[in-house]
Design a protein around this ligand. Structure first.
Ligand code: COA
Length: 380
């Protein structure tokens, strides 16, 4: 019996949500190519598409927006949790996970497991993620808690809560394209986690907070912060080669490069690069050009050190650039990834619940058999 340690190529679910074609570098989200969907849709339209199997018409979208905006406020326990978390200065993803669990207190039908109630739970958690993330950031920075506004879009309202000021149209749209781009991506580690939890007939809150835990790791959603730190450490194009050679010779990971599935450039990198370009205008353009050149050198060095492995730029490298262009700080990047990916987590959990079989893989036992019990006083 062979062991498939990273579960590559193991198919455990049928889905109509997204397809990742790693050889062609193509991402399809509910029938739309990423390049078609991300620059055109509002994030609210993407949410509706994933949860309701179609793009909304104008009246459906207006009603959906109204509902989502009405769900943004946090309960008192959530607010208290955020304050305590900020006092202890815990990781922003831990603050998101911890505070999200308190949203079960808002559930009007805790024992109802119907599909419509589960969609309402997914909506509530998605609507509250920006309020939690922005306010955790504010409290950690010594600022006051700020209430969400119901006259702004999802992305606009998030940026408003972070800074206390209405964002520019360019920043809000840049963030929205980012949220669309990361909304769903096949059976990645966090989405798989959510589906495993849902497969036990557990609940929406458990599945989505479990997914936050999986996304936190630097091999998944934790990469863009360090990717931006790396760009700042490199500072100038001419420093790239010695900096990266040293890292590769020490067998250190270069954040923002490599992917389990993509063996060509991650299509999300291109969409985000184009969106980022709109944010780096005037005297900021030099930084954008520098980053593009750094990317080219890194890909070349990967080919030299790992010939034929096709280690290419992934989504996180341009996430770092785009979110920096929106004037966001690296500490918060993983949480913003969660704010986008919750769309897909929710959709996958709902899909799993509709056609469920508990996930129960096997492990290969490598231990011993038939040992004899040794009383504690006779042990070495
Ligand atoms: N930096 C340095 N080496 C890397 C690398 C990176 N970013 N990405 C891959 N490699 C190395 C691997 O360590 C492996 O070397 P080994 O065979 O000597 O152990 C080899 O290249 C091939 O790796 P591969 O099988 O293609 O990737 P994977 O499936 O094992 O790992 C990631 C995929 C995403 C976990 C990995 O590329 C990574 O950690 N990247 C950096 C973190 C990141 O950007 N994550 C966000 C992903 S969207």
């Amino acid at each position: 019996m062979s062991v498939n340690q990273g579960l590559e190529d193991v198919i455990v679910a049928e889905t109509k949500l997204s397809k990742v074609d790693g050889l062609a570098g193509k991402l399809t989200i509910f029938g739309y190519s990423l390049e078609e969907l991300a620059p055109n849709a509002s994030y609210e339209e993407t949410l509706f598409l994933l949860w309701h199997d179609k793009l909304p018409n104008s009246s459906e979208l207006a009603e959906f927006n109204k509902d989502m905006r009405s769900l943004r406020n946090l309960n008192d326990v959530a607010k208290y949790t955020l304050k305590e978390a900020a006092n202890k200065r815990i990781h922003p993803m831990d603050a998101l996970r911890l505070t999200s669990t308190t949203l079960v207190l808002d559930d009007p039908n805790p024992l109802d497991n119907s599909y419509s109630t589960n969609i309402a739970r997914v909506r509530k958690m998605t609507a509250c993620f920006p309020t939690i993330i922005a306010n955790y950031w504010r409290l950690k920075e010594g600022k006051d808690y700020i209430e969400p506004r119901d006259d702004l879009d999802h992305a606009e309202n998030f940026l408003y809560m972070l800074t206390g000021k209405e964002p520019t149209k360019e920043s809000a749209r840049g963030l929205e394209i980012y949220l669309n781009t990361v909304a769903d991506h096949g059976l990645n580690a966090s989405t798989f986690t959510a589906r495993v939890i849902a497969s036990t007939d557990s609940d929406i809150n458990s599945a989505l907070t479990g997914a936050i835990g999986a996304l936190k790791g630097p091999k998944h959603g934790g990469a863009p912060g360090p990717a931006l730190d790396m760009i700042f450490e490199i500072e100038k194009v001419e420093n790239t080669e010695p900096y990266i050679r040293k890292k590769l010779e020490n067998r250190e990971l270069i954040m923002g490069f490599g992917h389990r599935v993509y063996k060509v450039r991650d299509p999300r990198a291109e969409v985000l690069s184009k969106a980022a370009e709109n944010l780096f205008v005037g005297d900021k353009r030099e930084f954008f050009d520098m980053v593009k050149e750094v990317e080219r050198i890194i890909v070349r060095l990967f080919e030299e050190y790992n010939p034929g492995r096709n280690i290419q730029t992934n989504v996180e490298f341009y996430t770092a650039l785009l979110l920096h262009g929106c004037e966001l700080k690296p500490d918060i990047f993983s949480s913003i990834f969660a704010m986008g990916r919750v769309a897909g987590w929710g959709a996958h959990v709902l899909e799993q619940m509709q056609n469920n079989r508990i996930m129960r893989p096997k492990s290969l036992y490598k231990g011993e058999f038939d040992k004899t019990w040794v009383p504690i006083e006779d042990r070495d």
